[in-house]
Design a binder for this molecule. Structure first.
Ligand code: DGY
Length: 325
């Protein structure tokens, strides 16, 4: 727990819903970066100087350099995201800095996007939209633009946390069966509800019709889905990623999509965001959307509020609800 701090200096590294800013402002001295573009690194390093608390967005790297620039009084880094791969947690822990994140509040919104990508990829929605918008001549036909039906197909979920479970529930409603990887199997009640099968990754890749990634990004999951793993998937299978881009070797995915190693992909996240591998851009069997998993008004407001709650609690000397370290 942190000692109680009145009128702490709080730096918010990007634009977040005003309601959360006001809650922080009611108790502390708050500065925020309110432009619609991501803050330049030099500006960020200068702004965090003297901060007791930093509310960070996933676009900002909180590493040794930033902690150094902030100074020894920095006590808490509250990430406005559930994923915290933008933060060097080890460096924070070594300096006695608390790190928090925002689990739970974006579960449903992200699972919605995963399900939307499963449908969009298997039913060729983006490709179909491009036909209409480009005014390409088309006609209804028995064999025109056929996709894959998902009823009775197996969805393989890599990383069966809250978002994985929420995605599995949606997929069940669409008639899919569920396989999953997880260190230890699901509790009996969730397992009974989902009738899910616990597998190792290789078995899941070899047997699933759609593979959906929901694991956190860490050195262990860097390029978890590489050329070798893609080659273990079925030729008619689809890959969906709403987790973090670098979990997938994007160059290997381009080759697999081009070479017919797998049938298609639905991607919400990219290895070098906001850049997208050029090879993906021309591929009709890849559905590409710009990291929209949590992008609803309700969810972004809840994320900002939870990040504020975490910071306020820690600054008040309490245990924050969502500690990472
Ligand atoms: C998260 O919170 O990690 C999401 O990626 C934000 O959209």
């Amino acid at each position: 727990m942190g000692g109680q701090l009145t009128m702490a200096k709080v730096v918010i590294t990007g634009k977040i819903p005003q309601v959360a800013v006001e809650r922080l402002r009611a108790e502390h001295d708050v500065t925020s970066w309110d432009a619609d573009v991501v803050i330049e690194r030099a500006e960020l390093l200068s702004r965090v100087k003297g901060a007791d608390a930093v509310l960070s967005l996933l676009t900002e790297k909180v590493d040794g350099e930033l902690l150094e620039a902030a100074g020894p009084q920095l006590k808490v880094v509250s990430n406005v995201a559930v994923g915290y791969n933008n933060i060097d947690v080890k460096a924070c822990t070594e300096r006695g800095i608390k790190v928090t994140n925002t689990p739970g509040v974006l579960t449903e919104a992200t699972a919605d996007i995963a399900m939307a990508l499963i449908l969009a990829a298997t039913r060729r929605l983006a490709e179909g939209e491009r036909v209409i918008r480009s005014q390409t001549p088309w006609q209804w036909g028995m064999f025109y633009m056929l996709g894959m039906g998902i009823q009775g197909r197996q969805l393989g979920i890599v990383g069966m946390g809250q978002i994985g479970i929420a995605t599995a529930k949606r997929a069940r409603a669409f008639g899919m069966t569920i396989a999953y990887t997880k260190r230890s199997p699901l509790d009996a009640a969730t397992n009974a509800e989902l009738e899910a099968t616990h597998m190792d990754l290789d078995q899941l890749l070899a047997t699933s019709d759609v593979v959906s990634l929901h694991c956190p990004y860490s050195p262990e999951t860097h390029h978890l889905i590489n050329a070798e793993r893609l080659s273990k998937m079925r030729k008619n299978a689809y890959l969906v990623n709403t987790a973090r881009g670098p979990v997938v070797d994007e160059a290997a995915l381009v080759d697999a999509l081009k070479g017919g190693v797998i049938a298609g992909a639905g991607l919400d996240v990219f290895e070098h965001e906001p850049k997208v591998h050029e090879g993906l851009l021309g591929l009709d069997n890849a559905v590409l959307i710009p990291h929209l998993g949590s992008a609803t008004v309700e969810t972004r407001t809840a994320m900002a509020n939870l990040a504020a709650t975490n910071a306020l609690a820690f600054l008040a000397g309490q245990t924050p609800p969502n500690p990472v370290n």
